[in-house]
Design a protein around this ligand. Structure first.
Ligand SMILES: C[C@H](O)[C@H](O)[C@H]1CNC2=NC(N)=NC(=O)C2=N1
Length: 104
């Protein structure tokens, strides 16, 4: 899986498999509602997945949500399969930690 920008069609197809994720400001983004007590463990799990994949998200923690934004720096900031794969991992980890997508 290389750092090749997805075409618009490929990205649209990928989004059908990534409920709750959308493209905002050129980045693959999702926000999850999470109890503050669950955030540390969720972030720790996401960080481990990021390090395993050597692919890292921007993470925004607010008082009741945790958000993720993904693009591929090595592809000039485009969205690649590295991003969609990490989005799927994050979705699964969020589910495991009781975090619920806000759908936007
Ligand atoms: C040197 C290191 O492998 C690169 O900088 C990795 C690290 N994590 C990364 N994360 C993201 N989101 N995009 C990248 O291109 C990227 N590249």
């Amino acid at each position: 899986m290389g750092a090749i920008p997805l075409t618009d069609t490929e990205l649209a197809q990928a989004l059908t498999d990534l409920p709750g994720w959308s493209v905002r400001d050129g980045k693959l983004t999702a926000t999850f509602k999470a109890d503050r007590s669950a955030v540390p463990a969720l972030y720790t799990a996401v960080a481990a997945a990021e390090d395993e994949a050597n692919h890292h998200a921007e993470v925004t923690v607010l008082y009741g949500t945790i958000g993720f934004a993904l693009n591929t720096h090595d592809a000039g900031g485009a969205i690649t399969a590295l991003d969609t794969a990490m989005a799927a991992r994050i979705t699964a980890l969020a589910d495991e930690h009781g975090a619920r997508s806000t759908g936007r």
